[in-house]
Ligand binder design. Structure first.
Ligand SMILES: [Zn+2]
Length: 396
């Protein structure tokens, strides 16, 4: 039994966060058995072992619902080139861009990919993250896509973290299929998806719908297969232009559409009707120095729940801090700190289609974050300061 806790109860739509002072949380077999005020603690728990939290804030453990955290190499030299004024084309000619990550990921052993990813995963764990979504999408050949997903699964085995995987074969067209996106989908992406599903390596199917990646019609080919094999879908949509990706995703009952800077009101309405989650990725917005803001007021107006994630990846969002993503969501997108917290807990769980995580209530998994803080706004307010006291994963 955790005692003297300041418990954050988060409700979604509209978001609010109610604090309960002098709270207690009883944990049994990895789950929350009871929570409420200390004085109301049922007699049954009164002689259980206790831990006095000295009025610290307790939130659900954090959930990062969108990451590309498994990849080979890094793109620091490209970062430098960009700062020296190199254009996208010049970087591309020098072997940079996503192609360089694909090359490095293909060349890396499973062990090397795992060891490298764990350095970033551990940074998230230190911030109280207990559930992490990980995408494939830097292999773009059958074997490497499966290798990435195996590494993602292994992360969940070697660390105390709940991992959800997304197959992202439709990330970009690899150089060997340049100008032949349909052939790539037909010969590589879809066969790899079927194999990943057979091997139990994919929990969901994702795609990148953009001029520089795949058209809505091409994404539909992949989503048709996802539907056949019974996997939920989600989509990188409306990041750089409005191609109607979120609407397409809605037709497939998608869990979420992600990025969404260029989404229009029509698209927001469709997302609301289909109960989709809007996943906001301020790290990419920041890194790319974008200026088009996602339609936050429209998400509020139509009650589309918003999640916030790191989008941790080597190119557009080399961010391994969910706390900084929360700060960026507030400062850049004007989310309230309560919305940011809901975005990395209850709404992030919904974006992953998982029940039983993301809130503090009886029956939920006892994944908790205990902070050296008095109020949830402190989590979003500080930059580069981690006030986690202790993380509880499945009750311990
Ligand atoms: Zn992404």
């Amino acid at each position: 039994v955790l005692t003297h806790a300041t418990i954050a109860h988060i409700t979604a739509e509209p978001v609010s966060c109610d604090l309960q002072a002098k709270g207690a949380i009883a944990i049994d077999m990895g789950k929350i058995a009871w929570c409420g005020g200390m004085i109301e603690l049922p007699d049954a728990y009164r002689n259980w072992p206790t831990e006095n939290l000295e009025d610290r804030l307790v939130t659900p453990a954090l959930i990062d619902c969108h990451s590309h955290i498994v990849f080979g190499g890094n793109r620091a030299s490209e970062f430098e080139m960009r700062l020296e004024g190199a254009s996208y084309q010049e970087i591309s000619r020098a072997g940079g861009g996503i192609v360089s990550t694909v090359k490095a990921t293909r060349a890396a052993s499973e062990e090397a990919l795992l060891a490298d990813a764990l350095t970033r995963v551990d940074a998230l764990i230190r911030e109280g993250v207990a559930t992490l979504e990980i995408k494939s999408g830097y292999g773009l050949d059958v074997e490497t896509e499966l290798k990435m997903l195996r590494v993602a699964r292994r992360i969940g085995q070697v660390r105390n973290i709940h991992v959800r995987t997304s197959f992202l074969g439709a990330h970009t067209v690899p150089p060997e299929y340049s100008g032949r996106g349909d052939d790539y989908l037909d010969q590589v992406c879809i066969p790899a998806l079927r194999l990943a599903a057979e091997a139990g390596l994919a929990d969901a199917v994702d795609g990148f719908c953009e001029d520089i990646a795949f058209s809505p019609a091409q994404i539909a080919l992949v989503f048709d297969v996802a539907r056949q094999i019974g996997l939920p879908v989600k989509l990188h949509a409306e990041q750089l232009s409005n191609l109607g990706g979120a609407k397409l995703a809605a037709q497939y009952g998608a869990l979420s559409a992600d990025h969404l800077e260029y989404l229009d009101e029509d698209g927001v309405q469709v997302m609301a009707e289909e109960n989709m989650i809007a996943v906001l990725l301020p790290g990419a917005f920041y890194t790319l120095r974008e200026t088009q803001l996602p339609p936050i007021d429209l998400f509020r107006k139509y009650r589309v729940p918003m999640a916030v994630a790191t989008d941790c990846n080597p190119g557009s969002s080399p961010l391994a801090s969910l706390l900084i993503a929360m700060n960026m969501a507030c400062t850049l997108f004007r989310l309230t700190p309560d919305e940011a917290l809901a975005g990395v807990t209850v709404n992030a769980a919904r974006a992953l289609g998982i029940a039983g995580r993301g809130n503090i209530a009886p029956g939920m998994q006892a994944d908790l974050a205990i902070w050296n803080a008095a109020h949830p706004s402190e989590l979003s307010y500080r930059i580069g300061f981690n006030c986690l006291h202790r993380r509880i994963w499945s009750g311990t």
